[in-house]
Design a protein around this ligand. Structure first.
Ligand code: IPD
Length: 335
């Protein structure tokens, strides 16, 4: 436990849960409107581009962020607020989270999904203390899935089912991981088509993870399947559930992962960097995830076996993933 009091943290958690419910309702109402007849005449105005043709913002992103920001500022005037849409409008691309009590919010993660009415969209709210995400709330209203966690209070689906879903006992990572795992990843928004671009590095890594054992000059991972939800924070929630075994991603931002990481860690998962340490990927310590690093690797909660602890099996899986993925390049100031 950190030096914030239990009572204070529980109060913040209760507030975040209610905020996630209210904001999720706003998202669903906006989605319902989009399914109504009045929508057709508004379609052209519905989203605008940010950095490129796949980096989009809708009125809903902005309305929900304004609602969340106002609620937080009224309740906790001294807390800092970092939200996707306010940040995107600023000139800085620096990592702004420091030791102060901070809320890190994505009002609509999976904006492209929302635009296409693919159900994997959600609001994602995290509270951080000394840079650590201690509270996470994710509400995916179309899926009727509400994830919540607070340090020391467990991680939950719909406030009733504790994560991971399979927990008596929590299974160890497969002995031959990544073989036998579901690997999740995202294509992301960097679509440059040069041979050494992040897009090409990702695709090569995905193929390595999917290929048969013995393929790819010995690098074939033979995973059970590859999934991309189109929402980084939901990917992390699915790793916390144990539905995904591994999530590997580069290019998203702190608001895309903060709540998901809080939930994953509280469920017993591991979060670290997507990029293998050089030159000692076999032996270097597994660093704790850096929220602003834009390169993430998450492993589901794992129980022990007669030969390993759960943590050892997670670390073994991290190193097996690192052997098969390319380094991603998403450098930024201050992270
Ligand atoms: C995006 C999603 C996506 C990830 C992108 C994010 P947004 O967030 O999380 O899965 O690949 O990097 O930017 O824009 O929908 O809030």
């Amino acid at each position: 436990m950190t030096d914030i009091s239990r009572e204070e943290l529980d109060g913040i958690y209760a507030f975040a849960v209610q905020l996630g419910k209210d904001a999720g309702r706003m998202l669903q109402e906006a989605a319902n409107l989009r399914m109504g007849a009045a929508h057709a005449s508004r379609e052209q105005k519905e989203h605008v581009q940010k950095e490129n043709a796949v980096d989009l913002v809708t009125e809903t992103d902005e309305d929900v962020e304004a609602f969340i920001k106002t609620a937080i500022t009224q309740k906790f005037p001294s807390h800092k607020f970092v939200g996707e849409e306010s940040y995107s409008k600023g000139a800085s691309r620096d990592y702004l989270i420091d030791d102060s009590p901070t809320w890190c919010v994505d009002p609509l993660d999976g904006t492209v999904n929302y635009i296409h009415l693919f159900p994997m969209f959600c609001v994602s709210i995290a509270f951080l203390w000394k840079g650590r995400p201690l509270v996470g709330v994710i509400n995916a209203p179309f899926l009727e899935q509400f994830f919540s966690a607070c340090e020391g209070r467990g991680a939950w689906l719909n406030e009733e089912r504790r994560l991971p879903l399979v927990r008596e006992p929590v299974p160890p990572m497969p002995a031959k991981a990544p073989s036998g795992c579901i690997f999740s990843c995202e294509w992301g928004k960097d679509r440059r088509d040069s041979p050494d671009s992040n897009l090409h590095r990702k695709v090569e890594s995905f193929v390595n993870m999917a290929s048969e054992v013995g393929g790819r000059q010995g690098g074939g991972g033979m995973v059970h399947g590859i999934r991309s939800l189109g929402s980084a924070t939901l990917d992390l929630a699915y790793v916390a559930m144990g539905s995904f075994d591994i999530w590997w991603e580069g290019g998203c931002w702190e608001w895309d992962v903060a709540a998901g990481i809080a939930i994953l860690l509280e469920a017993g998962g591991l979060a670290t960097t997507a990029n293998p340490p050089y030159p000692n990927e076999e032996t270097a310590p597994i660093e704790e995830v850096r929220l602003g690093s834009r390169a993430y690797l998450a492993i589901r909660p794992a129980g022990g076996s007669p030969t390993e602890t759960g943590r050892q099996s997670q670390e073994r899986t991290v190193r097996e993933v690192w052997k098969r993925v390319r380094n991603l390049d998403y450098t930024r100031p201050g992270a």
